[in-house]
Design a protein around this ligand. Sequence first.
Ligand SMILES: [Cu+2]
Length: 169
Amino acid sequence: MIKHLFIITISIILSISTAFADKSMMIGKKGKQEDVTRVIKVLMYDNYFEPSSFQVQSGETIKFEVENVGELVHEFNIANSKMHIQHQSEMQKMVEMEILLADSIDKDKMKKMSKMDKSMAHSHANSVLLEPKGSKDLIWKFENASDVEIACNVPGHYEVGMIAKVAIN
Ligand SMILES: [Cu+2]
């Protein structure tokens, strides 16, 4: 009987902690154009974002007009720190395969390699990867989550602080 209770207690604790883990992974989702309530212009420099922090409401859909005004390739990626760290190995692989160069992206190679390894296509709803002078919009619907940051995971950039914190209320 005691052993039984112990197992039940442990499984309750486990399910609670998984619930928390899931919540921390919930950063929002790709938004729809018709739900956009605010447009924010974001400039990417070597190696920082302008603006350098964001304030959003939970449930708000924002259109980010992202432009790379630097001389290096930069990424605008909405995630939490854990996801950014995981994504950095993917970006490192793109550098090793010479898809991702310091100031350009080899798109032909990217296309070829992505047939073998999908992660090399770098098509994620929560990010845009831009060459110098490149621009692209990203629409995102924010959920109430902590530890959300917009960051660049081009190798070396996150480490030198190319991160903009997102406060969600
Ligand atoms: Cu960068």
